[in-house]
Ligand binder design. Structure first.
Ligand code: CP
Length: 311
């Protein structure tokens, strides 16, 4: 069972809860395989997506997930809302709740904004990515994808490559993978690896080759170009030379059945070569597809859809 009202991070979720969400998402995949993808489970419910940062995958998959379950959706973009007139985050939340929002999906540049929202509103809140803290629905869809591809999570060796310091995806995945019994290695330029991550159970490397050796899964993070300006990386070319994931590196260091993952959007030719991005072992498209099922599962569970029933 899901023991909570809000999904704010994988750090606080138990392995049993994660397993339950993944199993529910698997049952949602059956709905997505139908010619008419529509069930009445959340008819009469309203889901509000409130995104203070850009998004393609997370926002559209939440909206699609809500529509498939027959919920109504409100989509708020701060740049075209009363936020530009100075309305506070708190007042925006209370305004949208007063209109009948039953669940908020929030992306915000500030770590902790969804937690703050959960204390303001009386309905469930899902964190769709907050600052450098967590992106729990990305972590869950990654677990769902990997479990489907590999048939298990426990015992897998997962190497996460890139800008660990600024990545909310990395943080959610470190919690998610370790809780589900995988071992996690982290590798990237020392300027992009925060101190103290060993406390999570992950092993930290600064050279790519030993971190890739024998990895079942290579999880490639997006290099955020704005980090260059802050002096944390010498150049993109240097990053690609030292940490770029190429077919040659994978062939030399990883098993034949290696799986490559990326949360998107990808910088082809920087952190991942175009050949790897388009290879059969790169499951980016499966991750995106599973994002819809996973978000359907969360909306269904948090809005008490079990009583509504699936067609
Ligand atoms: N992975 C991810 O969060 O993508 P978007 O920014 O497009 O939502």
């Amino acid at each position: 069972m899901l023991q909570r009202r809000h999904i704010l991070g994988l750090e606080e979720m138990t392995p049993e809860e994660i397993q339950f969400v993944l199993d529910t998402a698997d049952s949602m995949k059956e709905i997505l395989s139908r010619p008419i993808k529509k069930v009445p489970a959340l008819r009469g419910r309203t889901v509000c997506t409130l995104f203070y940062e850009p998004s393609t995958r997370t926002r559209s998959s939440f909206e699609l997930a809500a529509k498939i379950l027959s919920a109504d959706t409100i989509s708020i973009t701060p740049s075209t809302s009363s936020v530009v007139k100075g309305e506070s985050f708190r007042d925006t939340l209370l305004t949208l709740q007063a209109m009948g929002t039953d669940l908020f999906v929030i992306r915000h540049q500030c770590s902790g904004a969804p937690l703050f929202a959960s204390k303001i509103v009386s309905v469930p809140v899902i964190n769709a990515g907050d600052g450098m803290h967590e992106h729990p629905t990305q972590g869950l869809l990654d677990l769902l994808t990997l479990r489907a591809v590999k048939g298990r999570l426990s015992g897998l060796k997962v190497t996460i490559v890139g800008d660990i310091a600024h990545s909310r995806v990395a943080r959610s995945n470190i919690w998610g993978f370790t809780k589900m019994g995988a071992s996690v290695r982290l590798v990237g330029p020392p300027t992009l690896i925060p101190l103290g991550l060993e406390a999570t159970g992950a092993k930290v490397y600064d050279r790519l080759e030993p971190a890739l050796e024998g990895a079942d899964v290579v999880y490639v993070l997006r290099i955020q170009r704005e980090r260059m300006e802050s002096g944390l990386l010498p150049s993109l070319r240097e990053y690609t030379r030292l940490y770029g994931i190429t077919p040659e590196r994978l062939a030399k260091l990883t098993p034949a059945d290696v799986v490559v993952m990326h949360p998107g959007p990808m910088n082809r030719g920087v952190e991942i070569s175009p050949e790897v991005a388009d290879a059969g072992y790169c499951v980016v498209t499966e991750q995106v597809a599973n994002g819809v099922a996973l978000r359907m599962a969360l909306l269904y569970l948090l809005l008490g859809g079990a009583d509504g029933g699936k067609e």
